[in-house]
Structure formats: structure tokens, C-alpha cells
Design a protein around this ligand. Structure first.
Ligand code: GDP
Length: 200
């Protein structure tokens, strides 16, 4: 069996920006986040190959924000990448990115947040009523650590796979990745510490 690397990726951002929908689109190629919110799915796995590396992405969503708040530390810790997500038709969700980054950095206990692999997603590209320009979003990314930026649509799948693949590239390229990666012959989810949750 080929060697696989388990990578934990977490989607963070305001409620309603499309985190569950992005996870669902990427893993199942469907657009219906309602089910996840209803049954409380918190992570999904997806196997992929990027630049010759076989990885299993364990993608965590923050569905059920209130219930989840007390679990922030175990939820954030051990993440290999954080996808900071806002909605292009919601300026407030863009302004809140800084808070999400700060919160993640604190609870994940990042020593150097600017060298951690964050990727920024501006979702709902398909919606015509846009409140955040690509220029503003790119500027924020430049000024806040040089994070890669993708404009996505979970609805029509635009750029969703590219964004997750870039997350993998960033993780593989990050200097301190050996601190938090687990290499296994078969991916063994029990070896990472996670809060009890439902999973598919
Ligand atoms: P979450 O709270 O961040 O997980 O957001 P959800 O994934 O539950 O999505 C919130 C709402 O936005 C739902 O009604 C989704 O159908 C909708 N939505 C999510 N992504 C998109 C998208 O890319 N385009 C459009 N038009 N709607 C989206």
C-alpha cells in the first residue's frame, strides 16, 4: 500500500459564508450543506495526489458555532492549514478575517502565525451582488502574511479543488511541517487527537 500523509485542514470564518458547502463540494461534489448542519458532521476525508505526494486531507468545518466554542483548543490544535473564508457578497465577513486569524493563532498556539499556511477564500463568486473587490482581498492577503487568495463558488465548483490543492502545497512547503504531520502506511485517524465528533 502506498505511503499516505494525513493532513488536517480547518475551515474558519463567519457563519453563512459557505464553509460546509465548500467542504461538501470538494469531498462529495454536491452542493447542499443543509445535511451537514442537521446531522452535525464536523470533518470529512478526501484522498488526493499533489505533485506526486499522496495525502489524505481531513477537512474540519465549524458547523454549530456555539456548541463548538468550548472545543476550540482541541479543534484548532494540530491543524496543518487554516482556510480563512469570507463571502464576497458580505463585507463584514471579510472584515472579520483578521479576528478569525487571531483567534486561530491563539488557540492553535502558533509561534509564528505569518509562517503558518493560511489560505484565504472569497466564496460565493457566482453571486452578482459583490461587496468585496478582488483587489482589496489580495491587498489584505499581502499585508497579513502573503497568504494565497482564491475566489471560489461552492455552488458551481469554481476554484474549489484548486484552493484545497494549494493548501496541500503550502503545507508540504512549510518548514516546520514535520512538527505536526503524521506519516502512516495506512491512514490511521486514531493517531490524532480530536474532539469526539461524527465523521464520514
Ligand atoms: P457555513 O455556515 O459557513 O458553513 O455556510 P453554509 O455552507 O451553510 O452556506 C450558507 C448559505 O450560503 C447556504 O444557503 C448555502 O447554500 C449558501 N452558499 C454557500 N456557498 C455558496 C456559493 O458558493 N454560492 C451561493 N450562491 N451560495 C452559497
Amino acid at each position: 500500500m502506498s505511503k499516505s500523509t494525513l493532513l488536517k485542514v480547518i475551515l474558519l470564518g463567519d457563519g453563512g459564508v459557505g464553509k460546509s458547502s465548500l467542504m461538501n463540494r470538494y469531498v462529495t461534489n454536491k452542493f447542499d450543506s443543509h445535511l451537514f448542519h442537521t446531522i452535525g458532521v464536523e470533518f470529512l476525508n478526501k484522498e488526493l495526489e499533489v505533485d506526486g505526494h499522496h495525502v489524505t486531507l481531513q477537512i474540519w468545518d465549524t458547523a454549530g458555532q456555539e456548541r463548538f466554542r468550548s472545543l476550540r483548543t482541541p479543534f484548532y490544535r494540530g491543524s496543518d492549514c487554516c482556510l480563512l473564508t469570507f463571502s464576497l457578497d458580505d463585507g463584514q465577513s471579510f472584515h472579520n478575517l483578521a479576528n478569525w486569524k487571531k483567534e486561530f493563532s491563539y488557540y492553535a498556539d502558533l509561534k509564528e502565525p505569518d509562517s503558518f499556511p493560511f489560505v484565504v477564500l472569497g466564496n460565493k463568486l457566482d453571486v452578482p451582488e459583490r461587496q468585496v473587490s478582488g483587489e482589496d482581498a489580495r491587498q489584505w492577503c499581502r499585508e497579513n502574511g502573503g497568504h494565497p487568495y482564491f475566489e471560489t463558488s461552492a455552488k458551481d465548483a469554481t476554484n474549489v479543488a484548486s484552493a484545497f490543492e494549494e493548501a496541500v502545497r503550502r503545507i508540504l512547503a512549510s518548514d516546520d511541517r514535520d512538527d505536526h504531520l503524521i506519516h502512516t502506511n495506512t491512514v490511521d485517524l486514531q493517531r490524532k487527537t480530536h474532539p469526539t465528533s461524527s465523521c464520514c
